[in-house]
Design a protein around this ligand. Sequence first.
Ligand SMILES: Cc1ncc(COP(=O)(O)O)c(C=O)c1O
Length: 390
Amino acid sequence: MGTIYFDNAATSWPKPPQVLAAISDCLAEAGGNPGRAGHRLSIAAARVVEDARELVAGVFNAGDPSRIVFTQNATHALNLALYGLLRPGDRAVTTSVEHNSVMRPLRHLETQGVELTVVACRADGTLPLDEVRRALRPGTRMLVTTHASNVLGTVMPIGELAATAHAAGALCLVDAAQTAGAVPIDVERAGVDLLAFTGHKALLGPTGTGGLFIRPGLDVAPLMRGGTGSDSDRELQPGFHPDVHESGTLNVAGIAGLAAGVRFLREVGIDSVAAHERGLVAAFREQAAGIPGLTVYGPDEETSRCGVVSFNLAGVSSSDVAQMLDDSFGILARAGLHCAPSAHRTAGTFPDGTVRFAFGWFNTVDEIQAAAAALGELASWAARKVAWTV
Ligand SMILES: Cc1ncc(COP(=O)(O)O)c(C=O)c1O
């Protein structure tokens, strides 16, 4: 039995061979601490980081690379943006399909005096823009939105949302954990103020990488303070980018891998990745329509989707379906609530959750067909099970 990996929304796998090679080369040839010394291994490490920063800035059309701050993951980047900007008395608006990486910091900030409005999405994860406009009352500090739901795959119109936020005098923070590398993003065209991304999903880097784009002119208070290798004569945190937000030694080897992932994507083209994943979702939905008892969630329109699709099989829990897919068919998927209970409440799938297939660049239509055949078998088994129990 081979392996069919459909858990790319959790982390992508496999990584391109170039990513593995870049990590190994970095450790062998650029193994110093970046920015901490004048010797060649330190300078080589700093070059790895700055090259990666330029590549990442390029992929998001972010202009000045220093406005890309490296973090451990998207959660770290989101915490930096939220805790760095929201203060007691501020008002924030978000959506009901957010991941807990957004929801938990916001709910905690609520206990610290930040007023929070959660705009209810429709069951397919689409966001009623009129409700967003209503929620963005004058004086709102920030609109926080995911770019794509990690449960339903629904892609949000971030350009329209940023413009709506700005019209109300608010900032717009986008959680691009599911879209960076999978859906083209142009931060300048979209006009977003902050964009949190992760390196280990569609950007094809290793775990332990991610970052935050902070638009020029916007000051965010640092989450951590400490050694940066710069301004070492001072006991106060440097105020300049990116050092203000990069205290402590960075994950240089991971960042080298992330850069190799981004290079790979530049060759493939993120447009092609988006089209490929949309095609796989469409193929899956077509096959799923013929499987009795299978309910697929999320929007119908393929253009407002990324490569994530959630479903349930009548009469079988999502965790049992995922377990049987793994044990009997070698298909790896994630079941349950996907760290997004509010998204499941929105979809009507709380507390049991769903099975989630999350496709990536390396998945194929043949794999979709194999998965549909497996689900067909499970559906027949489930129907027989129901017949025996009545
Ligand atoms: C929408 C969304 N936001 C945030 C995260 C957190 O990403 P990370 O694991 O890189 O912190 C995820 C990961 O599953 C996600 O899907």
